[in-house]
Write a protein that binds this ligand. Structure first.
Ligand code: FES
Length: 140
């Protein structure tokens, strides 16, 4: 059985609670969130018209696109407004203070690190700020 590879993308200390980062691997962009101390990775490009989901806000575990406010469940990518629409999510692991993302799909876009601790040469990290949620009771 093929061993599952996770790619180190950043240190936990570099992504505070309530913040997001956009990870670029070649043509692919992944939005990484620290939501209430848990890390989630989801396709950055909104399937509606391509806005960066990494700049969206989160309410009760639902990521809201900054452009037209379509919603996606952060854990699964499920779109409650249109169950036929789905955006890709990626498994995340934390090990020794570092965040690792499994970037295995599709195969031709796998980050080509030589080991799980190596950074792919074309991996870039941007750190936008998540907008304040509209619901003041919601903590990020
Ligand atoms: S671009 Fe995301 S909802 Fe329109």
């Amino acid at each position: 059985m093929e061993k599952v590879k996770y790619t180190k993308v950043m240190k936990c200390d570099d992504l505070e609670i309530g913040k997001s980062a956009i990870i670029s691997v070649g043509e692919k962009e992944i939005a990484l969130f620290n939501y209430k101390g848990e890390y989630y990775a989801i396709e950055n490009t909104c399937p509606h018209r391509g806005a960066p989901l990494g700049e969206g806000r989160i309410e009760e575990g639902i990521l809201i696109c900054p452009n037209h406010e379509w919603r996606f469940e952060l854990k699964t990518g499920w779109c409650p407004q249109n169950p036929e629409l789905h955006t890709e999510t990626y498994p995340v692991k934390v090990h020794e203070g570092k965040i690792y993302v499994r970037l295995e799909k599709p195969k031709d876009q796998i980050a080509a690190g030589s080991s799980p601790t190596a950074l792919p040469a074309d991996l870039k990290v941007n750190v936008p700020t998540i907008l304040k949620p509209r619901n003041p009771d919601e903590e990020l």
